[in-house]
Design a binder for this molecule. Sequence first.
Ligand code: HEM
Length: 405
Amino acid sequence: MPQPNSESERTRLLESTAPLERMAYFRSELELQDESMAVLAPYRETFVKYAEDYADHLYAKFDRFAQTQLMLHMESSPGRLRRSWEYWFRALWTSGLDERFINMVWRSGVLHVALGIDQRFIDLAYGYTRRYCRDMAEREVPIPELRKVLRTVDALLDFCMLLATDAFISSTQRCDTEVMMGVAHQLRNPLTVIGGNAMRIRRTKGPCTDAQEHSEAIFEEAVRLERLVKAVGTYVDILNLKPEFEICSVPQLMSETLQILRPEYPSPDFEPELALEENNALVRGDERCLRPLFLQTLRNCLEAVDKANPRLRITSRPSTATPGFLQIEIENSGPSPDPDMIEALFEPFYSTRPLGTGFGLPIARLAAKKCMGSVTLRATPHGGCYTILLALPGAAGESVFFAGE
Ligand code: HEM
């Protein structure tokens, strides 16, 4: 986990801002509108007086564990952490959850990730905080008002936890994709040089057949790695994509994808059987995900197809097991996949083909997931069958607020 080892890095982190629109949505879902916040008004001043005690309480809790003791001593200047916690506690009761407060909590989440603090400690801290706040309210709030106040206190802390979780997801995902893209980028230039030189040796006419063979092997590996770099790029692009849902035609996307794959058909006269239901042709999805989803599954079927007796059949019908979803099945003739190895096929870098990148099916699964669908594979007596589930138009509404950035 990267550490903010310079003041400028820390400044950059602390300048990031929370996704305010999403936070407004969470706030309304937790019913934290001004009206429910108003029940806290008579107790604000009293609660604020606990700030110092709260910070000491939290500090004492985490000073007991070896792992967090170190974190506590990581503070940039003596006493700063306690002051940050005190400040946060005061703002919890007085800010009215304004933009400044939301950005502060979100940025603390980003900073916690950058400092390498285990997210479970943060969750635990919110647990201690909830107990502390409830005890405080029970002491200070008259019984007739207590229920309402506790409800709002819980919602406030839930909101802060959601903010911290949001910051955690955004930051860790950003770290992962930055590393992946960094490695892919670093590989690109050396690969072009290796591939180019291997090609040159291959073209050199001479008596040394060993050199020809070796250059062939180097060239093949360079090509494989180039494909891997490209696949990682596609995977990261889909990972970072924020889906925009629209109504898409499955037959149209399927036909266009098959057209792209035509050069990979087992023979020039091969034709896949397309039996897609006319009146169940539309799904709700994002074409930028559906295209790679279809491309990768169809390509996998074509690669595995029995060359002597090639068969590829694509069918669709509304799912009976999962109402509201269209079930597309892509079946091929060929060797049946080993049921024990099927899940491994969806994991990055796993491939049964010597020149495979191991990214085809992970891309397909990620693309399906981004569209709130799924893709699975099962063995059939004569080959394999992929089942893709995609939402039909008018099915349960998606919430854009849970989509990745
Ligand atoms: C209820 C849970 C927590 C809240 C609300 C919270 C809040 C904050 C805030 C507001 C900051 C200041 C961010 C800034 O400088 O803008 C901060 C910094 C920090 N937090 Fe937390 N925190 C929590 C839990 C924890 C835990 C469990 C640890 C470690 C055990 C931790 C360690 C730190 C550290 C090391 C800093 C940086 C201190 C510095 O150098 O200024 N926090 N936190």
